[in-house]
Design a protein around this ligand. Structure first.
Ligand SMILES: C[S@@+](CC[C@H](N)C(=O)[O-])C[C@H]1O[C@@H](n2cnc3c(N)ncnc32)[C@H](O)[C@@H]1O
Length: 283
């Protein structure tokens, strides 16, 4: 396939020395991924994975793959359709994790490819590149849509404050590979809302300052994509709230409550936990 690298040979991970966060039990890895790497790669932080191998193992687990597949069917596909991106459109998933969204999109007739700095799950490998979101191994204007779900909050983060200019470079790369008139779809926690799902414990929630944190607001996202038309997508089909279900907490009222944030103005507010934002590149 055009421009797809072999994951096994091009990928290497550098485990950095212990940092303040690692001493607190976080696992921080700095990745320099393959031929498409850049001197300064983003730092990626994630709980419950103590090495690069266990990270890949966790993300490629049957459970995580099934979740990615379900979310693609229930949220990504309807979202793309609502934006007029129909099969056989070309879609790139940047920071695709296990890559099962790429597989699901292809099953539905999209011409999908993925990029991640870690190895993807075996079924996704023929369609995915191992590479950096800061220097995408993709051709200019090649895609009708680019999706990047739960990624931008991890790009250029030192977790001592806000993100760095790597975010601008990442956004510029997404803009570069989408065609004029094409869309970029992002999902990321809302900085204004002081709780997100990057923590530890039973529910894995993290409390953060709405004023000083590496997550982004709607406005900050918009600034990264100048000149684009912008809008938001809804919650329906995105979260399964399985941790709450396991605790026998009824999830239907929560789903109902989250639906309220499908509204454009509420979506941008401090009451909304998560941002689902699309940008349309000017023609
Ligand atoms: C929280 S996971 C989300 C994965 C997937 N998009 C999903 O929603 O299930 C973030 C992913 O972004 C990838 N990632 C983070 N920074 C990246 C970068 N600079 N370039 C490429 N991938 C990156 C990580 O390897 C990880 O797989």
């Amino acid at each position: 396939m055009h421009n797809v690298q072999s994951p096994s040979t091009e990928h290497r991970l550098i485990i950095t020395g212990p940092t303040r966060l690692e001493r607190r039990g976080w696992c921080i890895r700095e990745s320099n991924a393959g031929v498409h790497s850049t001197p300064r790669e983003s730092r990626y932080t994630m709980l419950s994975a103590n090495s690069a191998e266990s990270w890949v193992e966790y993300y490629a687990s049957e459970h995580e793959c099934a979740k990615a597949n379900a979310r693609t069917t229930n949220w990504t596909m309807p979202s793309l359709r609502s934006l007029g991106v129909l099969p056989p459109a070309k879609v790139a998933s940047i920071g695709c994790g296990n890559g099962m969204d790429v597989v699901a999109l292809r099953d539905f007739g999209y011409e999908a490819q993925g990029v991640d700095m870690h190895e993807v799950a075996p079924p996704a490998r023929p369609w995915c590149h191992i590479g950096s979101g800061l220097d995408l191994p993709l051709v200019d204007g090649e895609f009708d849509a680019v999706i990047s779900l739960e990624v931008i909050e991890h790009v250029g983060v030192d977790y001592d404050g806000k993100g760095s200019s790597d975010r601008e470079r990442y956004a510029a790369e997404l803009m570069r590979v989408v065609r004029p008139g094409g869309v970029i779809v992002l999902a990321t926690p809302n900085r204004f809302f002081p709780v997100d799902e990057h923590g530890s414990g039973l529910l894995q929630v993290r409390f953060h300052s709405p004023f000083r944190d590496s997550t982004l607001t709607f406005g900050e996202l918009r600034q990264l994509f100048p000149g684009c038309e912008v809008g938001n997508l809804g919650y329906d089909g995105y979260f399964m709230l399985e941790k709450l279900s396991r605790l026998h907490i009824p999830v239907s009222p929560i789903h109902l409550l989250l639906k309220a944030f499908n509204n454009r103005w509420l979506h941008q507010s401090a009451f909304n936990p998560h941002l689902f934002v699309w940008f349309r590149k000017a023609i």
